[in-house]
Write a protein that binds this ligand. Structure first.
Ligand SMILES: Cc1ncc(COP(=O)(O)OP(=O)(O)O)c(N)n1
Ligand SMILES: Cc1ncsc1CCOP(=O)(O)O
Ligand SMILES: [Mg+2]
Length: 211
């Protein structure tokens, strides 16, 4: 089984100055492959200010800094890539904006078809979810771990599992072949802080991979 790694999205609202130390705690808590800045309902300059503060913290730790929704801003501000959903920029337009060397990830919900389309177009990862109930982004999609198993057996493009994932429930997704486990609440709302959240998730991923 390929190694599964942790992928974290920020909360949808944050103050960069007060969030920065929390991000440092999270990234210093253990292995994190990617951080996605996922701000919602804010203007472009608010996004830019958050990128200016959080991108250096992330990239200085060799963690990829991904921007949600906005390939134009990602290209303008030195992000490592962008994540687009089915109602955002289409993959081809996103790729044109960020270039061949950036990361472009695509939301594919519970759909083999959407994922194969994205992979064939050149996406660097496909994201399936929500695997569990979540209030962070309510979703009526509820894929089964078997989708991850099928994808990882059939396709080379990495897959991300997202949606209500915690240290307690991630094992079936890791064992099914998820290349990345993406979380929001399990890190930022951990009772002992985001560093403990990262540590707990990495321990759970490692235990699941060891079978
Ligand atoms: C890694 C990852 N997977 C899925 C999503 C959801 O993207 P999208 O469907 O565009 O919804 P919003 O996050 O934009 O509300 C994601 N952001 N990241
Ligand atoms: C962005 C996104 N897309 C599907 S579920 C989700 C949010 C996941 O957040 P949490 O890990 O708190 O359930
Ligand atoms: Mg989106």
């Amino acid at each position: 089984m390929a190694d599964c790694r942790l992928y974290i999205c920020t909360p949808p609202a944050l103050d960069p100055a007060t969030f920065a130390p929390l991000l440092e705690q999270a990234l210093d808590g253990g292995d994190v492959a990617c951080l996605q800045l996922r701000l919602k309902d804010v203007d472009d300059d608010t996004v830019r200010r958050a990128i200016d503060v959080l991108r250096p913290i992330t990239q200085s730790r060799d963690v990829a800094f991904i921007l949600n929704d906005r390939p134009d801003l990602a290209a303008e501000t030195g992000c490592d890539g962008v994540h687009v959903g089915q109602t955002d920029w289409p993959y081809a337009k996103a790729r044109k904006a960020v270039g061949a060397n950036a990361i472009v990830g695509v939301t594919c919900h519970d759909s083999r078809h959407l994922a194969m389309e994205a992979a064939e177009a050149g996406a660097d990862y496909v994201a399936f979810g929500a695997f569990y109930p979540t209030t962070t982004k309510p979703s009526h999609y509820r894929p089964e771990p078997e989708l991850l198993e099928w994808w990882s057996e059939m396709m080379e493009v990495p897959c991300v599992a997202i949606g209500g994932i915690t240290a307690e429930n991630c094992a079936p997704l890791v064992q099914a072949g998820a290349d990345f486990i993406c979380v929001v609440t399990a890190v930022w709302n951990h009772p002992e802080g985001p560093g403990a959240g990262v540590k707990a998730l990495n321990a759970a991923i490692e235990a699941a991979a060891a079978g």
